[in-house]
Design a protein around this ligand. Structure first.
Ligand SMILES: Cc1cc2nc3c(=O)[nH]c(=O)nc-3n(C[C@H](O)[C@H](O)[C@H](O)COP(=O)(O)OP(=O)(O)OC[C@H]3O[C@@H](n4cnc5c(N)ncnc54)[C@H](O)[C@@H]3O)c2cc1C
Length: 293
């Protein structure tokens, strides 16, 4: 008996071996994962975590893979993808979402329920769980604004964290350090008084490039913008192999069809060095590395 046999006994997890993982991220670069599951219930997901833990096999939870750069060497462990835990509903005036719900579906649900406060998140290609982990946001909105409570799991136990115990800050949450898996979240959005036309999707298209990216590569340093610094360092359009600093927004890197993850990685490091040399500012990655670089 080993991890594979244990996983095969768990129902509804869509178990696959040797999966092209890079292809399942928005960058579209990087290598393969040894094992990959996308459980269809929280129960089966917990069973996967239990199996990995009891075999001391490394695993990584992913949502929609929109903030991850996968190494060309791949990931020699188990990937647990939440995309099938996709559900959002209204209960006694509160909106409850499972972790795998796409943010745009969530935003449409909030507005369809006559409530307001999530409009600016429209177009972030994340899952609700990934967005909470990262405290994703745009145009002055963040996913944590109207969170009431997050339900998560650690060591097989369910924990409920009220908003003030979630450590939310700029692209920060306690979940980045706690090792907890976010299962669902409860939100209390205010009722909307009048109809609002959501123009955030269009605003996003005007300011950001299309193509294979991870959104912003770097977080903004205090009182400045990473994009402004990168552009001022003359790096707009700079290339390493198939990776290029976007000519539309300098805090984006676009990966071409023939790009390798290593190209993106080297370009990120070139940007960090040049911005530090020019302005003495150390840019910090918003994107997360998965696997060995
Ligand atoms: C075109 C584009 C535009 C973007 N625009 C924005 C933007 O405007 N604002 C912004 O903030 N970001 C933006 N992003 C970045 C990205 O969408 C966010 O960082 C998002 O929060 C990642 O969510 P995900 O579901 O894709 O997570 P993934 O990339 O799959 O995972 C990211 C991290 O979250 C963890 N995670 C995922 N789900 C869970 C869970 N249920 N429990 C515990 N940990 C979990 C993973 O382990 C990983 O560490 C953009 C990305 C792209 C490609």
């Amino acid at each position: 008996m080993g991890i594979v046999e244990s996983l095969r006994q768990i129902p509804d997890i869509n178990f696959t071996e040797d999966v092209n993982l890079g292809y399942r991220t928005s960058f579209g670069v990087g290598g393969r994962a040894k094992y990959y599951v996308s459980p269809e219930s929280v129960y089966s997901l917990m069973q996967c975590i239990n199996a990995a833990t009891s075999w001391e096999f490394k695993y990584k939870i992913i949502g929609n893979g929109t903030n991850i750069l996968v190494s060309d060497k791949g990931y020699d462990g188990l990937i647990i993808c939440t995309k099938n835990l996709n559900s959002v509903f209204l209960d006694k005036g509160e909106i409850i979402s499972l972790c795998g719900t796409p943010i745009t579906r969530f935003v449409n649900f909030v507005s369809g329920s006559g409530r307001t406060g999530a409009e600016g998140l429209c177009g972030i290609p994340a899952t609700v769980g990934g967005a909470i982990y990262q405290n994703a946001g745009a145009f002055g909105y963040t996913v944590s604004d109207f969170i009431y409570e997050v339900t998560c799991i650690k060591d097989g136990k369910t924990i409920k964290r009220r908003k003030n115990a979630c450590g939310f800050g700029y692209r920060k949450s306690v979940f980045q350090d706690s090792g907890e898996f976010i299962v669902s979240a409860k939100f209390r959005f205010p009722k909307r008084k009048k109809a609002i036309k959501n123009t955030f999707f269009e605003r996003r298209n005007v300011s950001q490039p299309s193509g294979r990216t991870c959104g912003s590569v770097f977080t903004n340093p205090p009182s400045d913008y990473a994009g402004r610094l990168i552009e001022s360092a003359g790096l707009k359009g700079a290339k390493v192999g198939g990776a290029q600093v976007s000519t539309k927004h300098a805090n984006f890197i676009v990966a071409s069809e023939n790009a390798a993850a290593q190209d993106v990685y080297l370009l990120i490091n070139e940007i960090k060095q040049k911005v530090y040399d020019e302005f003495g500012v150390r840019l910090k990655e918003e994107v997360e590395y998965l696997g060995e670089f």
